[in-house]
Write a protein that binds this ligand. Structure first.
Ligand SMILES: Cc1cc2nc3c(=O)[nH]c(=O)nc-3n(C[C@H](O)[C@H](O)[C@H](O)COP(=O)(O)O)c2cc1C
Length: 356
């Protein structure tokens, strides 16, 4: 199957199988703050993925490119990114490295948003040369390298050999000349994997957890012998963020993605330690169903929801939001304990600390 047909399948099946009603964020809640001592108007949404500075913690995560039919999707996403100052990643550029005829479907993103924060995207099998070309193709400010082992294994035409990825990632990071973000695509990341990547010099990680777009379901739709038993594979996004706690204190910066539906999900992810929040499926649904004006109004609403929660929690900045008390219950707490992570520590984060 050619890559452009595959991309069209992914778009259709991602929308059809999205776990919209998923409850991964229901296990996360906040302690109320009756004396927040801040003003809504002073909440600052600026986010930092060192060395990159973002004006919003929301980013449009990697999805598409690689077929003339998806140029319009990337164009619309790029307009939203430009108009609301969001960082945006393109989908895997391997298609355009193999077939220059489809470059336009990626380059439209830079043309629409010449000054914006744009990320290139490739799989961990890419060579250093391909990584450099992908960055040059869209004058990217950063490069995302995706890890998607389970998706590849369930994909009829997917990769089967995953040897050497870590060394390859290290080489790319050393030579590509822009910040590198390593990301999962919806199966989540364990502390063990994060630590290997940190030891390889990666400082920006997108946990890409389970709970939103489910590529096991997507690939099963494309397979004549679907393997449904793999559809619950991996760590959810909150679980993955809990896994990341130790590395946060070692200076690794995290992006949360996977199942973010609105501003409050984003706030919960940040309170669990994320510095920014990626949304893919939610943006795909928007651009495929409503006008640009309605898309922009929805982004405004998400930003408003973030500010409402920040104000109610007494957090005037993303950094302060990372410090608020979080209640972790249910399956998420149970699984955290199994991994030696104490949910009680999150529930008592601010006890004894004085607000200035
Ligand atoms: C249609 C579609 C295509 C995607 N293609 C890519 C890709 O090429 N590269 C990548 O790193 N992630 C890709 N993703 C994964 C997203 O970037 C994200 O990690 C994942 O969808 C989980 O986030 P969500 O629940 O907000 O959708 C794709 C997602 C969708 C919905």
């Amino acid at each position: 199957m050619d890559r452009s047909r595959r991309k069209m399948d992914h778009i259709q099946f991602a929308l059809e199988t999205r776990e919209e009603e998923s409850s991964i964020w229901d296990d996360i809640s906040f302690a109320p703050n009756s004396l927040p001592n801040i003003s809504y108007g002073n909440c600052n949404l600026a986010a930092s993925l060192p060395p990159l500075q973002l004006s919003s913690p929301l980013l449009i995560n990697a999805m598409t490119g690689g077929a003339p039919a998806v140029t319009a999707i990337n164009q619309k996403l790029a307009v939203i990114a430009r108009e609301r100052g969001l960082a945006m990643a393109v989908g895997s550029q391997m298609a355009a490295l193999r077939d220059p005829a489809v470059r336009e479907s990626y380059q439209v993103v830079r043309r629409e948003n010449p000054k914006g924060m744009v990320f290139a995207n490739l799989g961990a099998e890419a060579t250093v040369e391909q990584a450099v070309q992908a960055v040059e193709m869209i004058e990217a400010n950063g490069l995302q390298i995706h890890l998607n082992v389970m998706q590849e294994l369930l994909m009829p035409e997917g990769d089967r050999d995953f040897r050497g990825y870590l060394d390859n990632i290290r080489r790319i990071k050393e030579h590509v000349g822009v910040p590198v973000i390593v990301k999962e695509v919806g199966f989540g990341m364990s502390a063990e994997s994060m630590e290997k990547l940190a030891d390889a010099g990666i400082t920006l990680l997108d946990v890409g957890g389970r709970g939103g777009t489910n590529f096991a379901k997507v690939e099963n739709r494309r397979h004549h012998t679907p393997m449904f038993m793999f559809e619950d594979w991996g760590f959810t996004t909150p679980e993955s963020l809990l896994e990341s706690a130790e590395l946060q204190s070692r200076g690794i910066t995290f992006i949360a993605s996977g199942g973010i539906r609105h501003g409050l999900d984003a706030v919960k992810a940040i309170a669990l330690g994320a510095s920014a929040v990626g949304m893919a499926g939610s943006f795909l649904r928007l651009v495929q169903t409503v006008s640009i004006e309605e898309c922009l109004a929805t982004v405004d609403l998400w930003h408003h929801q973030i500010r409402v929660a920040m104000t109610a929690l007494g957090a005037a900045s993303i950094n302060e939001l990372q410090q608020v008390t979080v209640m972790i219950t249910g399956r998420t707490a149970e699984r955290a304990r199994l991994r030696g992570i104490a949910p009680e520590k999150y529930a008592r984060k601010r006890l004894g600390k004085r607000d200035s």
